[in-house]
Design a protein around this ligand. Structure first.
Ligand SMILES: *[C@@H]1O[C@H](CO)[C@@H](O)[C@H](O)[C@H]1NC(C)=O
Ligand SMILES: *[C@@H]1O[C@H](CO)[C@@H](O)[C@H](O)[C@H]1NC(C)=O
Ligand SMILES: *[C@@H]1O[C@H](CO)[C@@H](O)[C@H](O)[C@H]1NC(C)=O
Ligand SMILES: *[C@@H]1O[C@H](CO)[C@@H](O)[C@H](O)[C@H]1NC(C)=O
Ligand SMILES: *[C@@H]1O[C@H](CO)[C@@H](O)[C@H](O)[C@H]1NC(C)=O
Ligand SMILES: *[C@@H]1O[C@H](CO)[C@@H](O)[C@H](O)[C@H]1NC(C)=O
Length: 532
C-alpha cells in the first residue's frame, strides 16, 4: 500500500433535497475508510459488457419482442443499457414454461393456455404453450448483436418434440433477417431445472444426476446431428439447475463433469454451466422481508456458497453464469421485489457475483411478475394481488432497472474493464472499483441500510497519490424510501418515462478536495475520476 494517500471527503450536498438526506454528515462524525489502489487489485476480474442480462419467461415471449413490429418500449430500455457498455444485454428465453412448450407448424407465433389468476400469482404462467416458426423468428426485433440463449423442452422426455423445436430455432437464427443483424443463438439450453423433475412429476421420484447426464447426452447428441448445429456461433449450456449439492452425489457441476457430460459428441461443445438462484421464495405466498434481502451479509452468504462450483466449472475451461436469478422465486414478493430496496439488492448482488468469477447474471422477468426490471406491456390488473387496476398501466420500468443502469455505467464502454471488491469494514456499506485495463477509473459505493433504520453513512476515500484531485464526479442513485416502487432517479435523471428513454438533466457533481461523501441509507453512488 502506498504510504501517503490523499484523503478526499465529500458532502451529501448533492442530495439535500431528499427527505432522509437532509441530515448532512458533520465533519466530526465517524467515517468509513475506503482505500483505492491504482493498479488492479490481485483479485480483480474481467467484467463483461453484457454482464447484466435478462432471462424471460417464454410463454409470453412475443409480448417482449413484438410480432409484426418490434416492441419499441422494450427495444428502447435495452438500448439504454447497450449505449452505456457498447454491448446489448444477453437474452435467455425459457424457464419454467420451456418445459411446457411444444412445436406445431400450423401455429402462428404462440398459443397459450393460462390458469386463472389469484392474489398470490396475479400473472400465472401458461400451462401449455404451442409455438410455430414465427415465434422464434421474432428474435429479429432484438437489438443488433444480441446473444440469445433459448431452451427446448426436456421435461416431457420426448426427443422428437425437442428436435422439432431445436430445428425451428436453428432455422430462425441462420436466416438472413436475424443473422444480418448480428443477432446470434449463443447457447441451446436443454430443459429447465431438471434437478426438480423428481418433485414436479416430470420424472420418477428416484430420478438422479446419473440418469440426467445419460438423458441429456442422448438428447444433445441427437439434436446436434439432426439440426447440424453451427458450432461457430452456437454451443450447449449445461445445468440450468435450481440448486446445487456442490458434490458428486447430487445435482451439481462437479457431478455432471465427473459423470462425463462433456465427453460425448455434443458434450464437447458445452461452453458454460448455468445455475439458477433466488435469494428467497414466495411460492407459498408468505411475505418477503426487504431488510433481509438488502443485507450485505445475506447477499454474500447467498452467492459465496457457489465458490467451489464456479471453480469446478472454470477448471473445465467453461464459463459459469447465473442463467436465471432474482429476489424471491415464484415471481417475487409484493412490496419487496418491486421496490427501490430491491434495486440496492440487485446492484450489489450483480457486482458481487462478478467478483466471484460469475460471467453473467440473467435477471428473470415475465409479464406482470413482481420482480421485473421491465414491464414491457400495458397491464390491467395489479402485479401485487391481481385486483383490476382503475386505469391501464402503460409499459414502464421497475426500480431494479436502475441497478442495471448503474452497473452498466460503471462497467462503461472501454471493452476490457476489471472489477474488484473494495475491502470495507462496515456491514452496511459495500463498494467496488472498476479498472479500464490497468487504470482505476470508477467506484460504486452502496449503502445497504434500509431508509427507515438510519441516515447517511459518511465515507472517506483514499485515492492513490497519482490521482488528480480534480475531475472527481459523483452521481447518486437517489431513493427516497426503500419501499418506494417508483420515483427513483439516477444522477437526477429518470427512466420512468412513457417511451423508456431517459428524461431530465444529469446532475453529476464535480467534487473538490476535503468535501465529504455521505451515502444516504438505501442509496448508491458512482464516483468517476482520473489518475494519471
Ligand atoms: C443509443 O445511441 C445511438 C447512437 O448514438 C443513438 O442513435 C440512440 O438514440 C441511443 N439510444 C438510446 C435509447 O438512447
Ligand atoms: C396443449 O395444447 C395443444 C394445442 O391446443 C393440444 O393439442 C394439446 O393436447 C395440449 N396439451 C396438453 C397436455 O394439454
Ligand atoms: C412426441 O412429440 C411428437 C412431436 O411433437 C409427437 O408427434 C408425439 O406424439 C409425441 N410422443 C408422445 C409419446 O407424446
Ligand atoms: C455459422 O455461424 C457463423 C458465425 O455466426 C456464420 O458466419 C456462418 O455463416 C454460419 N454457418 C452456417 C452454415 O450457417
Ligand atoms: C442413480 O441411480 C442409479 C440406479 O437407478 C445408480 O446406479 C446410480 O449410482 C445413481 N447415481 C447416483 C449419483 O447416486
Ligand atoms: C440468503 O438471504 C436470505 C435473506 O434474503 C437469508 O435468509 C438466507 O439465509 C441467505 N442464505 C445464505 C445461504 O446465506
Amino acid at each position: 500500500m502506498s504510504p501517503s494517500r490523499i484523503p478526499i471527503l465529500f458532502l451529501a450536498a448533492a442530495v439535500t433535497e431528499l427527505s432522509h438526506a437532509a441530515t448532512l454528515i458533520s465533519t466530526d462524525s465517524s467515517f468509513t475508510d475506503i482505500n483505492v489502489v491504482l493498479p488492479p487489485a490481485d483479485n480483480a476480474v474481467t467484467i463483461s459488457p453484457s454482464f447484466v442480462s435478462l432471462s424471460i419467461e417464454q410463454d409470453r415471449w412475443t409480448d417482449w419482442s413484438g410480432t409484426t413490429s418490434s416492441n419499441q418500449f422494450f427495444y428502447n430500455v435495452m438500448e439504454n443499457l447497450k449505449n452505456l457498455t457498447g454491448s446489448p444485454p444477453g437474452i435467455r428465453i425459457g424457464a419454467n414454461s420451456e418445459d411446457h412448450t411444444n412445436f406445431d407448424h400450423g401455429v402462428q407465433y404462440a398459443e397459450d393456455i393460462f390458469p386463472a389468476p389469484n392474489p398470490t400469482t396475479p400473472y400465472p404462467e401458461a400451462t401449455n404453450i404451442t409455438v410455430g416458426d414465427s415465434y422464434y423468428t421474432t428474435a429479429k426485433y432484438l437489438l443488433p448483436d444480441t446473444e440469445v440463449i433459448w431452451g427446448v423442452n426436456f421435461g416431457q422426455n420426448n426427443l422428437t418434440a425437442a428436435i422439432v423445436e431445436a430445428t425451428s430455432i436453428m432455422q430462425a437464427f441462420s436466416g438472413p433477417e436475424i443473422s444480418n443483424l448480428g443477432i446470434s443463438l449463443k447457447f441451446l439450453e436443454i430443459g429447465n431445472e431438471p434437478d426438480l423433475y423428481m418433485n414436479n412429476g416430470l420424472r420418477p421420484k428416484n430420478y438422479n444426476v446419473t440418469q440426467y447426464v445419460s438423458e441429456w447426452t442422448h438428447f444433445a447428441d441427437a439434436i446436434f446431428e439432426e439440426i447440424k448445429l453451427n458450432t461457430t456461433s452456437t454451443r450447449f449450456l449445461a445445468g440450468a439447475f435450481a440448486g446445487s449439492s456442490s458434490n458428486f452425489e447430487g445435482f451439481s457441476p462437479q457431478a455432471i463433469f465427473n459423470l462425463g457430460i462433456s465427453n460425448s459428441l455434443a458434450g464437447q461443445y458445452i461452453q458454460a454451466f448455468s445455475e439458477h438462484h433466488y435469494q428467497g421464495t414466495f411460492c407459498s405466498g408468505s411475505e418477503g422481508v426487504l431488510s433481509d434481502l438488502m443485507s450485505k451479509a445475506n447477499i454474500r452468504g447467498n452467492l459465496s456458497q457457489y465458490a467451489s462450483d464456479i471453480q469446478a466449472t472454470n477448471d473445465q475451461g467453461f464459463d459459469y453464469i447465473l442463467g436465471e436469478t432474482n429476489s424471491y422465486s415464484c415471481h417475487g414478493a409484493p412490496g419487496v421485489s418491486n421496490t427501490a430496496g430491491a434495486a440496492i439488492w440487485a446492484l450489489d448482488y450483480a457486482l458481487y457475483s462478478a467478483t466471484l468469477g460469475i460471467k453473467q447474471v440473467y435477471f428473470h422477468d415475465g409479464i406482470g411478475f413482481k420482480y421485473n426490471l421491465i414491464q414491457p406491456l400495458t397491464l390491467t390488473r395489479s402485479i401485487l394481488d391481481g385486483s383490476p387496476l382503475s386505469a391501464p398501466l402503460p409499459p414502464h420500468i421497475q426500480p431494479q432497472y436502475y441497478a442495471g443502469i448503474v452497473a452498466a455505467e460503471a462497467i462503461g464502454r472501454y471493452g476490457n474493464t476489471l472489477i474488484s471488491e473494495l475491502p470495507i469494514d462496515n456491514p452496511q456499506i459495500s463498494g467496488y472499483s472498476f479498472y479500464d485495463d490497468s487504470q482505476v477509473k470508477r467506484l460504486v459505493l452502496i449503502n445497504h441500510t434500509p431508509y427507515f433504520q438510519a441516515d447517511a453513512t459518511a465515507v472517506k476515500i483514499y485515492f492513490p497519490d497519482r490521482c488528480g484531485t480534480h475531475n472527481i464526479v459523483a452521481k447518486m442513485l437517489e431513493i427516497q424510501h426503500s419501499d418506494d416502487t417508483s420515483g427513483l432517479t439516477w444522477g437526477g435523471q429518470s427512466y420512468e418515462t412513457p417511451d423508456g428513454l431517459i428524461g431530465g438533466f444529469v446532475s453529476a457533481r464535480t467534487v473538490a478536495l476535503n468535501e465529504h461523501l455521505g451515502i444516504p441509507a438505501s442509496q448508491a453512488a458512482l464516483v468517476a475520476f482520473q489518475c494519471s
